[in-house]
Design a protein around this ligand. Structure first.
Ligand SMILES: NC(=O)c1ccc[n+]([C@@H]2O[C@H](COP(=O)([O-])OP(=O)(O)OC[C@H]3O[C@@H](n4cnc5c(N)ncnc54)[C@H](OP(=O)(O)O)[C@@H]3O)[C@@H](O)[C@H]2O)c1
Length: 305
């Protein structure tokens, strides 16, 4: 198939280009700077995703049957979190609108887009499925805005006349991510600056980057549509994964702090993740998408690469 990958220089997008090629697909990489395009791509098209005309022209030139949306600006999280969230929200709203319009105009059949598995409201069981309500009324205005942008991306991808697939990735770990040894979270844990809020009851569903790539390949090749949690099989409370992660990194054991101090220390979202967040069940991706994680538990590799 002819597949276009938007975000082809990213932590997921770059290896995805090679993985799709290895499956025999003809892959176009949509990038902002030609010089950074992955060598494995059959074709390179250049556009800023926020520039509608440029996106229309780039996608038309690639004539894809399937468009894959792996755009985010979360790489900026380490240096400038407000900008990372604001720009990612624009990529989720405007960027998605441009890609949907361009995909339709170019005659594409299918659209596969990256979303997140940790935008649900923290109510009900400890692990939620895809039908759980999103946290649109989160008390933090920044997170509420992020969740609104996630909801808009998901609506734009699944409501139109394209076959739409939303891959709600869990918390990514592995090379190039925040949880890698040299990533923002890894460095903070190594420095002993990532304490455990008392109880540590917030649940995280992790996902190794290789599994994010594998799920995107499965979604390109499947005929299934809809929203899918793409997460490992072991949603875990912070009280479990954080000490394990610190040990695997060779970091000091995290000290415990009163939960009420967590928002000031971590910012609202990370405090929520560590104290009240729910996990995400991957049953639908297994049964409908035919995908399962090759790394079913974070225990093997988290903190080791
Ligand atoms: N589920 C999760 O936990 C989760 C989800 C997403 C991301 N993250 C974190 O975010 C980091 C990155 O992961 P990722 O793969 O989503 O993102 P990424 O590696 O930053 O890749 C994002 C892609 O979007 C492209 N892009 C950004 N703005 C663009 C624009 N205006 N026009 C065209 N392309 C644009 C980037 O291109 P350029 O190279 O030109 O910037 C890059 O190819 C990791 O550290 C990961 O841990 C976590």
């Amino acid at each position: 198939m002819r597949v276009l990958v938007a975000g082809a220089t990213g932590v997921v997008g770059h290896p995805l280009v090679g993985a799709l090629r290895a499956r025999g697909h003809e892959v176009s990489a949509l990038v902002r700077e030609e010089s950074r395009a992955p060598e494995e791509a059959d074709r390179v098209v250049v556009a800023d995703a926020l520039d509608r005309e440029a996106v229309l022209a780039a996608v038309a030139a690639a004539r894809p049957e399937v468009v894959v949306h792996q755009l985010s600006a979360l790489r900026l999280l380490r240096d400038d979190p407000p900008e990372a969230f604001a720009r990612t929200a624009r990529l989720r709203t405007e960027g998605t609108a441009h890609l949907v319009e361009a995909a339709r105009a170019a005659g594409a059949r299918r659209l596969v887009a990256q979303s997140v598995a940790f935008a649900a409201a923290p109510a009900g069981p400890r692990v939620l499925d895809e039908d759980a309500p999103l946290y649109l009324d989160a008390p933090d205005p920044g997170w509420a805005a992020t969740v609104r942008a996630v909801a808009e991306l998901e609506r734009r991808v699944t409501d139109g006349d394209l076959e739409g697939v939303v891959l709600r990735y869990g918390t990514l770990y592995g090379p190039g991510t925040a949880y890698a040894r040299d990533g923002g979270t890894g460095q903070r844990v190594l420095a002993g600056k990532f304490p455990l809020p008392e109880g540590g009851a917030g649940i995280t569903s992790f996902l190794h980057v290789e599994d994010a790539v594998g799920a995107a390949v499965a979604a390109v090749e499947s005929e299934a549509t809809g929203r899918f949690h793409v997460t490992d099989d072991e949603p875990a409370p912070a009280a479990q994964w954080l000490p394990h992660y610190a040990r695997a990194l060779g970091a000091p054991p995290p000290r415990t702090i009163p939960a009420a101090l967590a928002p000031r220390l971590f910012g609202w979202f990370m405090a929520h993740q560590l104290t009240t967040a729910r996990g995400a069940a991957n049953d639908r991706a297994r049964t409908t998408l035919g995908w399962k994680p090759r790394r079913p538990s974070w225990r093997d590799r988290l903190g080791r690469e």
